[in-house]
Design a protein around this ligand. Structure first.
Ligand SMILES: Nc1ncnc2c1ncn2[C@@H]1O[C@H](COP(=O)(O)OP(=O)(O)OP(=O)(O)O)[C@@H](O)[C@H]1O
Length: 232
């Protein structure tokens, strides 16, 4: 699904903020990414969802070496990735329904299909009664549920989440993580950056740890399949 080989990243002429990153995300895997503030988690995720290009090394995404993908084809790969941010990035002037519908509208789908898909996803995240709500009238957790519905409406094969439960209470954080786990059980590859140790501890999935731009030996690893059926 994803392979990094000796990847480095610098912004402009600055120092390398990521160095010598080599790892793989297997198809259908669930991976946490953790590390202290400034360690480079968001930067690593930006490389994954194609918002930055590496300054050295090789990234292979969906079997394609990114260095060989022409710029005008990058958006095709990008469409296969759903991204969830800590700050939701909903469009404030649009209803929850229209926010969730947006990726399908951009992709040119008809309104009938859009209505079915949005209705199903709003039900899935438990917000069927908030279709017409503007983001400003929703709680942080509800906004994140809308952002997750928007991220998955195009059925991406990779979900990248950057601190999706920052500033969200414990119960809602668990609800959000359960949605990611459900998607993962359906075959979606998921990577979640978080500082939330109690959450990591409860969910028990493999973890990548960054320190000052380098991957540390993981403090613990689970063997493939291990932990996956634990209640969360
Ligand atoms: N656009 C940018 N231009 C220049 N430097 C940047 C940029 N974005 C991040 N950095 C630098 O890259 C390093 C890693 O930042 P990054 O945001 O990836 O860390 P992080 O682990 O996600 O931190 P946090 O947990 O605080 O979100 C930091 O030193 C940061 O200052």
């Amino acid at each position: 699904m994803v392979r990094f080989e000796n990847v480095g990243l610098r912004y402009g002429n600055g120092p390398e903020v990521l160095r010598d990153l080599s790892f793989e995300l297997a198809p259908g895997s669930f991976q946490f990414l953790t590390g202290p503030t400034g360690a480079g988690k968001s930067s690593l995720l930006k490389l994954l969802y194609l918002s930055e290009r590496p300054s050295r090394g090789l990234i292979t995404l969906f079997g394609e070496p990114l260095s060989k993908v022409p710029r005008d084809r990058l958006h095709e790969l990008r469409r296969r990735i759903g991204v969830v941010f800590q700050d939701f990035r909903l469009l404030d002037h649009m209803s929850a329904y229209d926010n969730v519908a947006l990726p399908l509208r951009i992709a040119g789908h008809g309104e009938k299909h859009i209505k079915e898909a949005v209705t199903e996803l709003m039900e899935w995240v438990g917000l069927s009664d908030k279709m017409g709500a503007l983001p400003a009238t929703l709680s942080g957790g509800q906004k994140q549920l809308i952002a997750i519905a928007r991220a998955v409406i195009t059925s991406p094969s990779l979900i990248v989440a950057d601190e999706p439960t920052g500033n969200i209470d414990r119960d809602m954080s668990m609800k959000i993580m359960r949605l990611f786990i459900e998607l993962n059980k359906q075959g979606t590859t998921v990577i979640v950056a978080t500082h939330d140790w109690p959450l990591i501890d409860k969910i028990k999935r493999p973890m990548l740890e960054l320190f000052e731009g380098k991957l540390a030996e993981a403090s613990w690893w689970l063997k493939p399949g291990e932990g996956l059926d634990e209640p969360v």
